[in-house]
Design a protein. Structure first.
Ligand SMILES: Cc1cc2nc3c(=O)[nH]c(=O)nc-3n(C[C@H](O)[C@H](O)[C@H](O)COP(=O)(O)O)c2cc1C
Length: 127
């Protein structure tokens, strides 16, 4: 069964940005990406594909520990208490500088050096 259910899919369709946390040697490291960029590159099963322009520290962190947490949210998705929902997606990630996803990222974003590919294995709703 897919980790990305209908509500998660709606959040990924509507979130303005994503916040991604990796574990660094000195603690958590947070970076961003745009929801629009995710929607341009597409969601491939349980994998999220994003353009990587920089992400040098993120890449270093991922080489030691591939686990990530990603926060997305939208006020226009219904939550349990009213308008507004968000979720934490947990999984593993890597930066791919060659292959299908990297080619896709470079074709859409000429500044990209590759793709940040996140494999989601669980989702936790927040509201
Ligand atoms: C809303 C938002 C969107 C961003 N989009 C990208 C992006 O598409 N690609 C990218 O490499 N960095 C993006 N960044 C910058 C990253 O957060 C980060 O600062 C940069 O990539 C350096 O990463 P590093 O600290 O892992 O080296 C974005 C930041 C924000 C706040």
């Amino acid at each position: 069964m897919s980790a990305i259910d209908a509500v998660t899919r709606e959040l990924l369709d509507k979130t303005e940005f994503l916040a991604l946390v990796t574990e660094g040697s000195e603690g958590p490291h947070v970076v961003g990406n745009w929801g629009e960029y995710l929607r341009r590159l597409g969601i491939d099963g349980d994998r999220l594909v994003l353009p990587a322009g920089y992400y040098r520290k993120t890449e270093e962190n991922l080489s030691r520990n591939g686990r990530v947490q990603v926060l997305v949210a939208s006020k226009s998705v219904q939550g349990g208490h009213g308008p507004g929902q968000g979720c934490i997606l947990r999984g593993t990630a890597e930066i791919q500088t060659e292959g299908e996803f990297s080619d896709r990222a470079k074709a859409s974003f000429p500044w990209a050096r590759g793709a940040l590919v996140i494999s989601v294995d669980s989702v936790e709703m927040q509201l």
